[in-house]
Design a binder for this molecule. Structure first.
Ligand SMILES: [Ca+2]
Length: 292
C-alpha cells in the first residue's frame, strides 16, 4: 500500500515536471516510473516439514546468527592479526581472539567487535570466514559505529588471488562507514585493476540520520555472473555490471570470503578524530548470512 501510494505520488510529480519541461524542451526522453527493486527474506517449508530461509529465491547456505556466548565460532571464523597499518596507516593491532573473547565477543545474540586502548595502543579484531563463495546474496545485519575516528567494514576478498595481488583479483566492499568522509555515511564499493583505491566503483552510498549507530540495518550484495548490486535494508541502491572485458574490470568470478573488522584512524577513519573516541569503539553484528 505504501509503495502504491508512493508510486502515485511519483507519477503526479513526474507529470507535473513533464508539464514544466514541455514548455522548454519537447524532446526529453521519457523515464519509466519503476518501483524500487527490493528483496525479502522468506521462510520456506521443505517436504519433510523443516523450514529454511530464502532470499529472492535463493536458499540459505551459510550463516552465523551469533546466538551463543564467548568467542566467535572457530569452525566459521579465523583471525587476521597484526599492526602493520594495513596499507592505510591504520592504528590498531588486530589480535587473535580464538581462545579468549577480548576484541571479538559474542553475547546477547550479537557479535561485538571491540576496539580499545591497551597499554596506550589500539587493539581490535578482523574476522575472516573460513569458507568462501562464488555468487549469491551475502548480507549482514549491523549496528554501525558511526563515530569519527573509527572505520567498521563488512567486505569480501578473493580466496585465491589468481589474477594477482591487490587490486587485480578484486575486492567487494559491502559496507564501510567512515564518518570522517561524511557524517552518518555508509557506502559500498568494488575494486579491481580497472577501478581501485579512490577510483573504486561505487555501488551505493547513503547518508543516514544521526541515530545510525543506535539502529540495526541490513547491508548486502546480490552477486551474479552479470552484476553486483548493493542492498540497504533490502532495497537496491546501485550496481556494477560485467562488461565482458575480463578480469581487469570483472575479477568477481572466483570464490570470495567474508571479512568483518573495526579499524581505527587511517585514511578513512581519520587520525584527527581518534582522540574523540575516548579510547574505545564497538561494531555490532546480529548475523551474517549467505544465500545461493
Ligand atoms: Ca543474532
Amino acid at each position: 500500500m505504501k509503495k502504491q501510494l508512493s508510486n502515485i505520488t511519483r507519477l503526479l510529480l513526474l507529470s507535473g515536471v513533464a508539464v514544466i519541461m514541455s514548455t522548454s524542451c519537447m524532446f526529453l526522453p521519457q523515464k519509466e516510473v519503476e518501483e524500487e527493486p527490493s528483496v525479502s527474506t522468506e521462510e520456506k517449508v521443505n517436504d519433510d516439514g523443516t523450514t529454511v530461509l530464502t532470499k529472492d529465491g535463493r536458499t540459505l547456505v551459510w550463516q552465523d546468527e551469533f546466538n551463543y556466548t564467548g568467542v566467535p565460532d572457530v569452525t566459521k571464523w579465523k583471525y587476521q592479526t597484526g599492526a602493520n597499518g594495513w596499507g592505510n596507516n591504520e592504528l590498531q593491532n588486530y589480535l587473535d581472539n580464538s581462545t579468549e573473547a577480548k576484541t571479538a565477543v559474542v553475547e546477547d545474540g550479537v557479535l561485538k567487535i571491540k576496539a580499545f586502548k591497551e597499554n596506550g595502543k589500539w587493539v581490535s579484531a578482523r574476522l575472516n570466514s573460513k569458507q568462501s563463495w562464488k555468487y549469491g546474496f551475502i548480507e549482514g545485519r549491523l549496528k554501525i559505529t558511526d563515530r569519527k575516528g573509527a572505520w567498521p567494514a563488512f567486505w569480501m576478498m578473493p580466496q585465491n588471488s589468481v589474477y594477482g595481488g591487490w587490486p587485480d583479483s578484486g575486492e567487494i566492499d559491502i559496507m564501510e562507514n567512515a564518518p570522517n568522509v561524511g557524517n552518518h555515511k555508509v557506502f559500498s564499493t568494488l575494486h579491481a585493476t580497472g577501478h581501485n583505491g579512490g577510483s573504486g566503483a561505487g555501488i551505493g552510498s547513503k547518508f543516514y540520520d544521526s541515530n545510525l549507530s543506535s539502529e540495526w540495518h541490513t547491508f548486502g550484495v546480490m552477486w551474479t555472473e552479470e552484476k553486483i548490486t548493493a542492498y540497504y535494508d533490502d532495497v537496491a541502491v546501485g550496481s556494477y555490471g560485467n562488461d565482458g572485458s575480463g578480469p581487469v574490470n570483472w575479477p568477481y568470478d572466483k570464490e570470495f570470503y567474508i571479512i568483518l573488522n573495526l579499524a581505527i584512524g587511517g585514511k578513512l577513519g581519520g587520525d584527527a578524530y581518534v582522540n574523540s573516541l575516548n579510547g574505545q569503539a564497538e561494531f555490532l553484528v546480529d548475523y551474517v548470512r549467505v544465500y545461493q
